[in-house]
Design a protein around this ligand. Structure first.
Ligand code: NAD
Length: 490
C-alpha cells in the first residue's frame, strides 16, 4: 500500500493496512492540508509485530555471533538511505514542517548513525576473568531479544533510528512506534530495511496512538527493553510500565537548556549560535537553548544582535528554497506556544520581537510562529521554567559566575547547556558546575553519532549515541567452568 501518498504499517517484512484497516490523513503543517494517508495501528498490530520480531530473533541469522554479517546489512541500509536522501528529506519536510535543508541534514545524520553502529556490530565481546581453583570464568554479551522504540515528532526518523540502529547492531529484533503525527519516514524506512537484506521481522514499524500501541508493546512479555524519546510526562508513564515488568528503559526527555554568555565572549558568533539554537526546527528541539543568561555588561549589545538576526529569518513552507524557518508541527502546538507567550506577557515579560502567529499572506494558513524573544521575566514564570517547544527565547542577566550557575541549574531539567567565553578557566569550571548531560563551549547544540547524548535530572535516564551505545542493547552472562584439574599452577 505504500506509495508517496499512502503508507502502511510494516510487520514481518511486509506492508499491511493493520488489523482495523484504519487510516488518518496526514496534514502539511505549512498549510494544514492533507497530502497523504497513513495506516493507524492497534494493540493487535503491536502484538503481531512482537510475534514477528520474536520469530525472527530466534529463527533468522540476525542474532547469531556473526556481527560482521549484521554490519554489512546495516551498511547496505545506510547506502540505500543515502541514495534516497532527497526522497526521505521531502517526506520529513512535508510531514513535520522543517525546512528541506534541515531535513536533508537529519537524513544524513541517520545515515552516519547507521554506519557508526555498523562498525561496532562485530566488536561486541566478553572477558575472561581469573578466579581461584581449577576454574575458568568468562562473560558472554548477548542481545536482549525484542526491543521497543517509541519516538517523538520533532526529528521523526533521526530520533527513531538513533536507538533502533544500535539495537539492531547488537543483534536484537526491533519494533518501532513513530509519533502519531509524523509516521511517514519511519513507515517508508521499514521497506528500505527489508530491501537492504534485514531478515523479515527484524525491523517492524507500527504507527498508532501511544496509549494503545505503545502500551501494548510494553505490557507484553515478549518485549525485553524500551527506548523512549519524548516528553517528561509520557516518560514517567513509560518508566512506570517498565518498572511493572522490570524492563530496562532508556528515557530521553525534555529540556529547558541555558546558554551562558560571559562578558569576554565573541558576541557575533554567540548571537548567531543562540539564534540557531532556539529557532532551528522552529524551536522544537529537546535541547533548544531556550534560556539565554547573559552577563549584564554585554546584555544590551547581545540582545540587539539576537533581535536583529531573529527578525531577519525568512519564514515559509519548508519545501521552498531559501526558507530558514518552517511552521511548528500542528495547530495544537501553535496554540500551545502562543499560550506560553500570552502568559509570559501577563507575567511581566517584555516581548522584544515576535510574540504572535505569522499572519501575512499564505503563512496565515500554516502553523507559523514568529521568532520570539522575551526579556525581563521573573525566574518563577512558566516561560522560564517549562519547556515551550517552539521558537521562543526567554532571556535574563547575571552579575557574576555564581549567579549564572545558580540560575542555569534552577530547573528540573538537565539536558544541555552552552557557554560562550574565551576564558579557559571559566569555560572548564562552568562545564563542571553545570548540571547537564551535555555542555558545549562556544558551539550551538551540535552532536555526532560518536558522542553520548543523554540528560540529567528529569531530562532522562541513560544515553544514546557514543561508543558504548551498542553494548547498552546487550546483556552480560557470566559463565563459570570447573574443569577439575590440578589446583596449583605447574
Ligand atoms: P510525547 O511524549 O507526547 O510522545 C512521544 C511518543 O510517545 C509518541 O510516539 C507518542 O505516541 C508516545 N506515547 C504517548 N503516550 C504513550 C503511552 N502512554 N505509552 C507509550 N507511548 C506513548 O512527545 P512528543 O510531543 O512527540 O515530543 C516532544 C517531546 O519530546 C518534548 O518534551 C521533547 O523535549 C522531547 N524530546 C526529547 C529528546 C531527547 O533526546 N532528550 C529528543 C526529542 C524530543
Amino acid at each position: 500500500m505504500t506509495s508517496e501518498t499512502k503508507f502502511g504499517l510494516f510487520i514481518g517484512g511486509r506492508e499491511t493496512d493493520g488489523a482495523r484497516g484504519e487510516t488518518r490523513p496526514v496534514l502539511d503543517p505549512a498549510n494544514n492540508r492533507s497530502f497523504a494517508e497513513a495506516a493507524v495501528g492497534s494493540a493487535e498490530d503491536a502484538r503481531a509485530a512482537l510475534e514477528a520480531s520474536e520469530k525472527a530473533f530466534h529463527e533468522s541469522w540476525w542474532a547469531s555471533d556473526d556481527g560482521a554479517r549484521r554490519a554489512k546489512a546495516l551498511l547496505r541500509l545506510a547506502g540505500r538511505l543515502e541514495e534516497q536522501r532527497e526522497r526521505f528529506a521531502l517526506l520529513e519536510t512535508r510531514n513535520n514542517g522543517k525546512t528541506l535543508r534541515e531535513a536533508t541534514g537529519d537524513i544524513g545524520y541517520v545515515v552516519r548513525t547507521i554506519e557508526y553502529v555498523a562498525g561496532l556490530a562485530d566488536k561486541l565481546q566478553g572477558e575472561t576473568i581469573p578466579v581461584p581453583g581449577s576454574r575458568f570464568d568468562y562473560t558472554l554479551r548477548e542481545p536482549l531479544g525484542v526491543t521497543a522504540h517509541i519516538a517523538p515528532w520533532n526529528y521523526p526518523l533521526l530520533l527513531a533510528i538513533r536507538s533502533v540502529a544500535p539495537a539492531l547492531a547488537a543483534g536484537n529484533a526491533v519494533v518501532l512506534k513513530p509519533a502519531t503525527l509524523t509516521p511517514l519516514s519511519a513507515l517508508a524506512f521499514g521497506r528500505l530495511a527489508s530491501e537492504a537484506g534485514l531478515p523479515d521481522g527484524i525491523l517492524n514499524v507500527v504507527a498508532g496512538a501511544g496509549g494503545e500501541v505503545g502500551e501494548a508493546l510494553l505490557k507484553d512479555p515478549r518485549c525485553r527493553s524500551v527506548s523512549f524519546t519524548g516528553s517528561v510526562e509520557v516518560g514517567r508513564r513509560i518508566a512506570a510500565l517498565a518498572a511493572e515488568r522490570v524492563l530496562p528503559a532508556t528515557l530521553e526527555l525534555g529540556g529547558k537548556s541555558p546558554v551562558l554568555v560571559l562578558p569576554d565572549a565573541d558576541l557575533d558568533r554567540a548571537a548567531r549560535s543562540i539564534v540557531q539554537g532556539i529557532f532551528s526546527n522552529a524551536g522544537q528541539m529537546c535541547w533548544a537553548g531556550s534560556r539565554l543568561l547573559v552577563h549584564e555588561a554585554v546584555r544590551e549589545p547581545l540582545l540587539a544582535k539576537v533581535k536583529s538576526l531573529a527578525e531577519g529569518l525568512r519564514l515559509g513552507p519548508g519545501v521552498e528554497e531559501g526558507v530558514e524557518m518552517g511552521p511548528v508541527v500542528s495547530r495544537e502546538q501553535l496554540d500551545r506556544v502562543l499560550g506560553f507567550v500570552e502568559e509570559a506577557r501577563q507575567d511581566g515579560g517584555q516581548v522584544l520581537t515576535g510574540g504572535s502567529k505569522a499572519s501575512e499572506g499564505r503563512l496565515a494558513e500554516g502553523n507559523f510562529v514568529l521568532p520570539t524573544v522575551i526579556a525581563d521575566l521573573p525566574a518563577e514564570a512558566r516561560a522560564v521554567r517549562e519547556e515551550i517547544f517552539g521558537p521562543v527565547l526567554a532571556t535574563s542577566s547575571f552579575a557574576d559566575l555564581d549567579e549564572a550557575v545558580r540560575l542555569a541549574n534552577a530547573t528540573r531539567y538537565g539536558l544541555f547547556a552552552a557557554v560562550w567565553t574565551k576564558d579557559l578557566s571559566s569555560a572548564h569550571s562552568l562545564a563542571r558546575r553545570l548540571e547537564a548531560g551535555m555542555v558545549n563551549i562556544n558551539d550551538p547544540p551540535t552532536s555526532f553519532p560518536q558522542t553520548p547524548f543523554g540528560g540529567f535530572k528529569e531530562s532522562g535516564i541513560g544515553f544514546e549515541q557514543g561508543l558504548r551505545v551498542v553494548e547498552s542493547y546487550t546483556r552480560v552472562k557470566n559463565v563459570l567452568v570447573n574443569f577439575g584439574g590440578p589446583r596449583k599452577k605447574p
